[in-house]
Design a protein around this ligand. Structure first.
Ligand code: AMP
Ligand code: MG
Length: 401
């Protein structure tokens, strides 16, 4: 059995080896949310493209404010979308609006709140320093400099940046296809009325949503029974995708046949068993040039192991960077003990109480309890060495995503 950290680094190392060239496509910005950028993007001009006023007020020369109040002559106005054609001379000022370019000769803006106006006379009551209330030309990005690197995931902020540099279309990597293969004799399709001893196939649907959110294209296969031959055929089918996810059949039971069938197909298993809770039977390997995960069938285990290991794997298969599961910190609400040497991920709710975020476990019935996970907004992360944690101690939490 490997530790949580070892398992993560094996996934990173194996999929990081993927040197094959990923296919790319060019898409309009409306279609690239969550996609991975396949080219470096450079600024087409300086950003901002001119010294830009950040306040409504008066553009002036700092050297004219030697003694206060200073009286300046208002010689014009400049609005956003315009520019002042002349040059500011000593003891002159120009009314300026937020977003407008600083007139030639001016070197600061005094806010409208700090002047009084009498006809064309502007009385300035407050000193300003050079370039106060101005964002200097090129200070956000100089023309030609790289603003986004190949491999970056495109979320709303990145998409806004692409638009601002005039990239109406952009080259992104084609999303990896991810086959989802549920296994288990007791599993029935969601739209069927199960017998009292049967279970609906919730994992495939949840996994498909997770795959899509992680940047893959999910394809759900039929439900594999706990029988070698049909399981083998469905696995071979799933290997046509870029990544195969199986759910169930990876524990120690007599009818947990996934590992055996994969070995018969010549699979190399990199790990089978990770010191985590839930999700201990997790399996990762490759066969016929494709990677696969055998996810434990318990719905919470499936959910958590996806978030921990499959999401970063899909990022790498998408041409992106390895994205480690992100932990935040919160104070533990009630004391906690564990002595099992595992890294635990337990459904919890974090909320701000007074100054600090506080995390409390959700009452749950173990790794089958999706009701508990649905009620959670995060997982409390307890590391193996943390056998006793007192209330109020800082702990790791993983957002539910
Ligand atoms: P297994 O990993 O095959 O031992 O399954 C562990 C538990 O997860 C069992 O209670 C299964 O009924 C349940 N399970 C397995 N596959 C699914 C699935 N696709 N959807 C919902 N529950 C499942
Ligand atoms: Mg099973």
């Amino acid at each position: 059995m490997v530790t949580f950290e070892q398992a993560l680094s094996i996934v990173k190392q194996k999929l990081g080896e993927e040197k094959q060239d990923h296919a790319t496509e060019v898409l309009p910005l409306e279609q690239v949310r969550g996609r991975i950028l396949a080219e470096d993007i450079c600024a087409d001009r300086d950003y901002p493209p001119f010294h830009r006023a950040t306040r409504d007020g008066y553009a002036l020369r700092v050297s004219d404010l030697g003694s206060l109040p200073a009286i300046l002559e208002r010689v014009g106005e400049v609005r956003a979308g315009e520019h002042y054609a002349g040059k500011l001379r000593p003891d002159q000022c120009i009314e300026i609006m937020t977003g407008a370019p600083l007139p030639d000769g001016a070197d600061a803006v005094v806010m409208i709140e700090h002047v009084s106006i009498r006809g064309n006379q502007v009385e300035v009551h407050r000193a300003v320093s050079a370039f106060e209330n101005i964002v200097r030309q090129g200070s956000e990005a100089a023309s030609g400099s790289r603003v986004l690197a190949r491999g970056r995931r495109l979320n709303p902020a990145e998409i806004g940046l692409l638009a601002s540099v005039g990239q109406a279309r952009v080259k992104v990597f084609v999303e990896p296809r991810v086959a989802i293969l549920p296994t288990g004799d007791e599993i029935v399709a969601v739209d069927r009325q199960p017998e009292w001893f049967q279970i609906r196939n919730s994992n495939a649907v949840a996994l498909a949503a997770q795959v899509a959110a992680a940047g893959g294209v999910p394809r759900i296969a039929g439900i594999a029974p706990d029988l070698k031959d049909p399981l083998k055929r469905l696995i071979e089918n799933g290997l046509e995708a870029d990544l195969l996810l199986m759910s169930g059949g990876v524990s120690m039971g007599k009818y947990d046949l996934v590992a055996q069938v994969l070995k018969d197909l010549g699979a190399e298993i990199y790990f089978h068993g990770v010191a985590i809770r839930p999700g201990k039977p997790l399996m990762f390997g490759s066969v016929r040039g494709k990677y696969f995960f055998g996810l434990p069938g318990n719905p919470v285990s499936t959910f958590v192991t996806f978030e921990l290991f499959v999401r970063p794997a899909i990022a790498l298969l998408s041409g992106g960077r390895f994205e480690c599961p992100g932990f935040l910190r919160a104070r533990l609400g009630k004391p906690f003990r564990q002595k099992n040497g595992l890294t635990a991920f337990m459904p919890a709710r974090v909320q701000k109480e007074n100054a600090d975020p506080v995390v409390n476990l959700i009452g749950w019935q173990g790794s089958g309890d999706l009701v508990g996970v649905a009620a959670a907004n995060c997982f409390l992360v307890v590391h193996p060495e943390q056998t006793e944690i007192a209330a109020g101690e800082w702990v790791d939490v993983m957002p539910k995503g």
